[in-house]
Design a protein around this ligand. Sequence first.
Ligand SMILES: Nc1ncnc2c1ncn2[C@@H]1O[C@H](COP(=O)(O)OP(=O)(O)OP(=O)(O)O)[C@@H](O)[C@H]1O
Ligand SMILES: [Mg+2]
Length: 490
Amino acid sequence: MKLMYRLMLSFFTIIVILMVILSISFIKVTNQSMYQDTWRQLRQDADSLVEDSIRYDPVDHSFAGFMTPALKADARLLSHQDVHFAIYGKNQEQLFASNGFTPTITAAKWAKLEKGETVYVKMTTPRLSKQVAATNMPRMTEIIRPYRNKNKLVAVVAIATFVSPIERNMHQIKLNLVVALLFAGLMTLLVSYFFSRSITVRIKRLRELTHQVARGNYDVRLRILGNDEIGDLGRSFNQMTASLQSSHDEIHSQEERRRQFMANAAHEMRTPLTTINGILEGLQYDVIPEEDKQHSIELMQNETKRLIRLVNDNLNYEKIRTNQISMERKLFDAAAVLHNLKEQLGKKARAQGDQLELTVPDGLLVYADYDRFVQIMFNIIQNAIQFTENGVIKISGQQRSHGTQFVVQDNGIGMTPEQLDNIWERYYKADKSRMNTKYGESGLGLAIVHQLVQLHSGKITVTSAPGKGSTFTIFFPNSQTALHPHQSAD
Ligand SMILES: Nc1ncnc2c1ncn2[C@@H]1O[C@H](COP(=O)(O)OP(=O)(O)OP(=O)(O)O)[C@@H](O)[C@H]1O
Ligand SMILES: [Mg+2]
């Protein structure tokens, strides 16, 4: 059975049982008090008729019998009120009977009467005269009352009236009670319906939200109404979804970081691998002059070491998880790095018909992480070559008051302001048709560069015009300034 009907049934049962118990006791009490009233009335009638008709001996004032005319007058009067009586002498002989009223007085009753007790009979069917019996139901209630004189029982009055008025009253009361019971039952049904509904509606809402959570929507919150157990359940539910949401978000962002990290790492590895592959090809086809071979091998060794460092430093799960990037900043000769890069990228530039021009003071120092610096400059110069055909790429480096600045300028295809706004975004490629290897590959390079420059508290800016070319300016603060990154670069 549904919870709602169960609740309704229990409310209904409790109220109905309560009402039935109340009704029964009410009927009993009313019935009893009606009989008590009737008996009190009968007692008064008996007393006054004895008072009216008793005769005393004028000499010794002892009981001398009843005056029949007075009794007859009383009998007439009382029979109008449906009251009938009979009088018995002390030897149980009937002295008077109104309308043939003859009750049965058993020996037990006589014994009580002799002790002076009044006998009450709730329901009896005494003998009555034919006319009276014909007009009424014969059921009567009666009292039998002893009268004493000088401490001796002298007479007994049995007086009775019909129970039908009491029964009629009781019937009316019962009818009223049944109507009240039906009305109360209906009200109980209504109230318990709304009450149960309010509970089940709240449970239903909770169930719906639980289904949503099961389907993976942790954004749901329950509107809490009331401070009862269901309200508490709702509060716990909200806490549960909030913590599910936060752990889900955490898993999601960890997964995103892992994905980003793997993409970055692959991007970083491509640079040294391309260099090594170029040199190996040169060696295979014997196009490297004998005197350069030693240098090429050193270059290759450098790149292999960089690869090893990369793998050691970065392919560490804990670092991916906590999004750490290892950085080891120091002062080193940037001019030497740029000469190396020019050499490494020379072949690629020649393939594009580009000319690489490097203007850098000897021994120009930069305060940076060596590998990251190589990565930044390699990416920027490689982009300049990729997006320039038969042009000139000017690379320069300068010492500034708070750090070192590098400029990479090309006269290639350039970019529109709209493209410029987006180049730092991951996977952004200004022209979606440049999917081949000739023009960039993943659209990750500048996003990584941007992140790395920021890690150095540095600054990267770009100016560009379509068809004219682009200029990238990168600034690395020196060690003092790097400690206070808010200080502006020149
Ligand atoms: N020097 C440049 N001249 C013209 N456009 C450029 C230049 N540098 C970058 N861009 C534009 O910015 C985009 C993003 O560059 P980014 O280096 O991030 O990606 P990519 O070079 O396409 O691919 P990769 O991940 O291999 O570097 C490029 O696709 C290109 O459209
Ligand atoms: Mg690139």
